[in-house]
Design a binder for this molecule. Structure first.
Ligand SMILES: CSCCC(=O)/C(O)=C/O
Ligand code: FE2
Ligand code: NI
Length: 185
């Protein structure tokens, strides 16, 4: 289930805010310039669908958001718990980093945990199937797919190297919760 928790960056033990409500999550994130919305597929996406089938199911929303935000490319990333490189893939985005373009991801299936460090607050967002998140360029954040990663996501790019992370070298990500298991409602 989608969830937003907001912490002081000094206190990872006690969230100051927690919600599973999509409208409330969107409202809180809008205050820091992060966009959150939910999409419905225009046709069912079967397990094992090809990237082309996934993109076709969301074509209208993909075209809308690409036109609004200037994206030129989309791709589909798919990670399952039996991926032999799952530990390496998980480690890639676990430390605090930022990107030079907006990070826009749509979860077709499965889930993952984005955590953003903005001012003196930490915003932890569990993204699940049907969630779109748009994190502005330069926002420091990390992403945890968990020890048994399972997600299919559409990624949007302005430039071919837009996904590259620039690491800040801080240890803040190690002090905040990891994504051990998807949360229940
Ligand atoms: C959900 S897509 C994989 C993560 C990613 O691209 C990124 O930049 C995480 O911070
Ligand atoms: Fe990132
Ligand atoms: Ni709950």
């Amino acid at each position: 289930m989608s969830r937003l928790r907001i912490f002081s960056d000094q206190n990872p033990d006690a969230p100051e805010f927690s919600s599973h409500d999509g409208d409330e999550i969107a409202r809180e994130l809008a205050k820091i310039g992060v966009h959150f919305e939910r999409w419905q597929a225009s046709q069912p996406v079967q397990a094992g669908a090809t990237p082309e089938q996934v993109l076709a199911a969301y074509r209208a929303d993909i075209d809308r958001i690409s036109a609004e935000r200037g994206f030129t490319t989309v791709d589909v990333i798919s990670i399952a718990p039996d991926n032999p490189k799952k530990e390496e893939l998980r480690a890639k985005f676990l430390d605090e980093h930022y990107h030079k373009e907006d990070e826009v991801r749509f979860f077709v299936d499965g889930s993952g945990l984005f955590t953003l460090h903005v001012g003196d607050k930490v915003y932890e967002i569990e993204c699940v199937k049907d969630d779109l998140i748009a994190v502005p360029d330069g926002t420091t954040h990390w992403f945890d797919m968990g020890p048994e990663p399972r997600f299919v996501a559409i990624r949007f790019f302005e430039q071919p190297d837009g996904w590259i992370g620039h690491f800040t070298g801080t240890d803040i990500a190690q002090r905040f919760p990891r994504y051990d298991v998807p949360t229940k409602g």
